[in-house]
Every structure is written in structure tokens, then in C-alpha cells.
Design a protein around this ligand. Structure first.
Ligand code: ADP
Ligand code: MG
Length: 404
């Protein structure tokens, strides 16, 4: 992995357009980018109608796209199975597409489900977001399609609507019960800021300045390169547990439980649900506190908040694993201001907030700890808060291609 993480979107876009020409004959209508994300704080809160604070990574999925008038949807990815998947947009339905192509096909299906006219297209993808590392390559893939179609069909949908459509694709078409955070981060982030998300009303998100450089800080993203199979089933079970706890408490969602009401609620709940509720309520409070500290211009104060969030995920929500716990412990041991796992858990990535100049010390210490424990070396990168999904190439002159 590229430590400095400098990628030139425009030169990548030229390569992606060249590959499109080779695959599909003729130029694409344009090239769009949608980033992966890390979540600073607010984990497993989105499906509880709560708060989160993700930021876009300087890693993105590019799509070179051209609409078609014959209703065919042809999909190819540099990270796919080497083949062009050829589909008919009128027959798209949940379960009809398997493998990676379900993500982009699902977005086209979800746009149609939401009442938008959609035609076929030729789409070629190339991504710098590692897949399955908890950095939301799936949302980047979906959101690239969503923004390309939005522009090519002149839909001009608000970012939160595009995120909802992409989430619906992942939930209903691919069959992964994710919340809305990943897609919101990919579509709505802005460079230099974290995205303050209220999952109950995503359209009312805010941008909180996260000036790492100006405060002599850096954010390390440590991809542990482990993904435990447990993840998928456990996520759905945790989600159900939260819904059951909210129902027992007579609340629409756990977001509606205040910190003051928490002790009484914990006494009233079955022992297996109480720790889940404690995580969600304290995690929402950590997001609120993190936003306050950032707004005061004190990004270093995020450190202890991150570390407390990790303890809650490890001890109450129980979604960490030995590798993420080790990465967090080693980062703190080497002087990181704070560290936590990020993403759904059971592997994936860890973030560590470090002082400028400490990146290599912390990264090397984590790598040495992994070697000593017999794990594969982690991938470490330094991340800056980056832009959300956007067109990379200049807009087309002239008229929009006709709809089928
Ligand atoms: P994450 O979103 O954390 O990276 P997921 O399991 O949610 O992990 O999504 C990973 C899956 O998304 C991959 O297995 C693959 O099917 C699909 N995917 C993501 N990016 C690409 C890509 N550029 N090309 C093909 N498939 C991709
Ligand atoms: Mg994903």
C-alpha cells in the first residue's frame, strides 16, 4: 500500500477511460469517483438512528460510464472476475445477479425502484479502495454508479437521496443489512472535514472541519488484512438485538434513550441486551463530544474518545478481534493519542491519531507486534479527509444521451 497515499485522480481517470475504450469501443461519457471511508467515531449507531462521524479517504473507485439506448447493462471491473457481465436493465431483480456485479446492478435497480427513469450503460470500474478491509469499497462501488447515473440522466438528486438509493441496493439487491453511514460518507463528504451524520435525518448532515495538518496531527489507517467469517451473521444478529432492546424499552430506536435514562434501562433489560444498549448510548455521546472538540479546534482531544470507543466495541458490543485489539494496543503503546477499530468489526481496519512525525514509529511498532504474534504484516496508510463522490473528467458538451 502506498504510505503517502498520493493518487492523481485525473491521470487515473485517463487510464480508466483508455481501458473503457479497449473494452467497449468508443469513449465514455465521463469518469466519476466515489471514495471509501473511515469512521472516526459512532460505530454501529447508524441502524439505531444515531450519530456517526466518518470521513472520506483519499482512495476511491472510478467508473468510466456511457449510457446505452438498448437497455443492456454491461459491467467490467479491474478488480472483478475478468469478464464483462451483460445484463438487461428491465429484468433486474433481487437475487438475479450474483458476485461483485450485484452492487452496481443493484444501484441501477434501486434507481428504477425509486421511480427514476434509467437506461442501460457500459460501466468500467477501477478502485484504490482495498476490498473487504472495512474501508467501504462496496459503498464506493455503489456510489460511483449513483453519481454517474444522476448526472447522465440529469436527475440532480440530493446527496442523501443518492446515499439512500445505494444503501437500498446493498440491503435489498445484494442482501447485506448495512446502515446508511458508508454511503453517506462516500457521497456527502467534503475535503478537510468529517461528516456529522444523524442517521434519522441524513439530509441534515453537517461538515465539521478536521484540520489534521494545521494541528500537527496525522491519522493512520491500519488495515489488519483479516476478515473473520463471523462478520455477516453477527452483524444481522446485533442489529436484531438492538431492535429488540428498543422494542422492550418502548422506544422507536435506541437513539431515543438518553444517557440519564441508561442506568434504569440497563436494569430493565435482559443481560444479553444490556451491553449492546450501553454501547449505543455511550457511542452516540462520544460522537457529540467529538464534534464539540473538533469545532473548538482541538482535534488532539479526539484521542481518548477513540480509545474509549474501542473499549466499548471490544467489551460491550464484542465486535473486535485479537488482531484489531493488538493493533490498537500497539499503536497506543508507541505513543498514539488514541486508536480504535473502524467499520463493522471482526477484522478490517484500525485508525490511530498520532502527532506529526510519529507516523513511522507507530506504524512500525504495530507491524512489529503483528510479526511477533505471527500475523501477516498490516497495511498502513496516512489518510487525509477527502472529497465525496464527484465527476473527475470535464462535463460533456452538448445534449444528454436519450433514455431507452
Ligand atoms: P468493504 O465494503 O468493507 O470493502 P464488503 O464486503 O462490504 O467490504 O464489500 C466488498 C465486496 O464489494 C467485494 O467482495 C466485491 O464483491 C465488491 N467490490 C468492491 N469494490 C469492487 C471493485 N472495485 N470491483 C469489483 N468488486 C468490488
Ligand atoms: Mg461494505
Amino acid at each position: 500500500m502506498n504510505r503517502t497515499d498520493q493518487w492523481d485522480d485525473e491521470s487515473r481517470a485517463r487510464d480508466v477511460a483508455d481501458e473503457f475504450r479497449r473494452l467497449f469501443d468508443g469513449a465514455p461519457d465521463g469518469v466519476w469517483a466515489a471514495p471509501g471511508r473511515v469512521n472516526l467515531i459512532g460505530e454501529h449507531t447508524d441502524y439505531n438512528d444515531g450519530f456517526a462521524l466518518p470521513m472520506a479517504l483519499p482512495r476511491s473507485t472510478l467508473v468510466a460510464a456511457r449510457l446505452r439506448t438498448d437497455g443492456r447493462l454491461r459491467l467490467h471491473s479491474a478488480q472483478g472476475d475478468g469478464r464483462i457481465t451483460d445484463l438487461d436493465v428491465t429484468t433486474l431483480a433481487p437475487g438475479a445477479v450474483t458476485g461483485w456485479a450485484a452492487y452496481p446492478a443493484g444501484v441501477v435497480w434501486a434507481l428504477a425502484e425509486a421511480g427514476h427513469p434509467v437506461s442501460g450503460a457500459d460501466l468500467h470500474f477501477d478502485s484504490t479502495v482495498p476490498t473487504g478491509a472495512g474501508l467501504s469499497s462496496s459503498a464506493a462501488l455503489e456510489c460511483a454508479v449513483a453519481v454517474a447515473y444522476d448526472e447522465l440522466h440529469g436527475l440532480r438528486l440530493p446527496g442523501a437521496d443518492l446515499a439512500r438509493i445505494a444503501q437500498h441496493a446493498e440491503n435489498a439487491f445484494v442482501g447485506v443489512p448495512c446502515g446508511i453511514m458508508d454511503q453517506m460518507a462516500s457521497v456527502c463528504s467534503t475535503a478537510g472535514s468529517a461528516l456529522h451524520l444523524d442517521a434519522r435525518s441524513p439530509e441534515r448532515h453537517g461538515h465539521v472541519p478536521f484540520d489534521l495538518r494545521g494541528q500537527d496531527l496525522r491519522l493512520l489507517v491500519i488495515d489488519t488484512r483479516v476478515a473473520h467469517d463471523l462478520g455477516d451473521g453477527a452483524y444481522a444478529a446485533l442489529r436484531k438485538g438492538c431492535e429488540r432492546a428498543a422494542a422492550l424499552l418502548g422506544l422507536p430506536a435506541l437513539r431515543d434513550l438518553s444517557a440519564g435514562e441508561l442506568p434504569g434501562a440497563l436494569d430493565a433489560l435482559p443481560t444479553e441486551l444490556a451491553p449492546l444498549v450501553r454501547h449505543v448510548v455511550t457511542e452516540n455521546a462520544r460522537v457529540v463530544e467529538a464534534v464539540s472538540r473538533l469545532r473548538e479546534g482541538n482535534a488532539a482531544a479526539l484521542g481518548p474518545i477513540l480509545t474509549a470507543g474501542h473499549a466499548s466495541l471490544r467489551d460491550d458490543y464484542r465486535v473486535s478481534c485479537p488482531e484489531t485489539d493488538l493493533a490498537v494496543a500497539a499503536a497506543l503503546d508507541a505513543g498514539a493519542l488514541g486508536a480504535r477499530m473502524t467499520g463493522g468489526g471482526f477484522g478490517g481496519s484500525v485508525i490511530a491519531l498520532v502527532r506529526f512525525g510519529q507516523e513511522d514509529v507507530v506504524g512500525d511498532h504495530v507491524t512489529a507486534a503483528f510479526a511477533a504474534a505471527g500475523h501477516r504484516p498490516p497495511h498502513v496508510l496516512t489518510a487525509t479527509p477527502s472529497a465525496g463522490a464527484h465527476r473527475v473528467t470535464a462535463p460533456l458538451e452538448g445534449t444528454r444521451p436519450a433514455l431507452s
